[in-house]
Design a protein. Sequence first.
Length: 325
Amino acid sequence: MKKWGPLILIALLAYLSCGFYLVRGNEAAVVRRFGRVLTTEAGTVALKPSGLHYDLPWPFTRVDRIRVNEVRTLTIGTAEVEDIAGSQFLQAVDPARQAQFVTGDKNILNLYVTVHYRVSETHILDYLFGSENPERRLQTLAESALADLVLRSGVDFVHTLGRNELREQLVARVRDLAEENRLGLVVEDVAISNVYPPLRVKAQFIDVMNARADKETYINEARAYAEQKLAEARALAQKKIDEAEAYRQRLIEEARARADSFLKMIAQFRAAEREGIQTYAQARQMALRRYYIETMEGILRKVAGKVFLDSGKPVDLTIFRDPTQ
């Protein structure tokens, strides 16, 4: 018995030394002692940080190490592979790896989607015990959400026009599904890396894309032409406004000059009446006659031909009647 004592002691020490375990820098450890997860006083899971730790050896204690700080990636479908040598229009892709989806307008598109996620520290028990394979479950949910969103959209929306909006909807949907199914995973982002048509209709899709590009070019050219014409019209309108304003100012200045001249003439009439040179009525009559002669001179100057008929009777050509009569 004494011969076996040291051996038993060494075996016991070796067994107890198996209780040491190492947690790496990007990991956190969940310890189960006698089948029960160790928790803190607050009732949360007692996560062991990175470093060397000790607990009772197996089978009394089990340690699960999880890379909680690592952003993981899962993919749906495969990327489009072009032939670098140029011998083929497009290299064939294994159909089993392709993710084909039907759009709302009954078209088929291949999508290559990547989901970036990490393990949630606050729901790490859901990750460990909630599902047999959380990653596979997340991929299934993401595929289902993507198929539903694509089915509700048209081919143009998915292929080009609404890819960013589709990505935002997909991110929100996958996050909600991961939370509802208690996967213990946090979805960081979802990227729609590539959307491409099946190989058989690749050429037709390229024609459509070229037509859409031509359409955008024509629209941009038409908008540029419209902007140019609008600018020219605005410039012409401003020129007309400036000319009208100048003409208005000229008329105002001419009217003011005539008014000033008329007021001066009235003042001269009144001064002549006070000095006894002539009466106000006589001066007014002379002024009206002068205006009449100047006006007729201006009118007759613009008349191309003038014919005077002698009727043998005097013709009164005065415009203003003599106020004294």
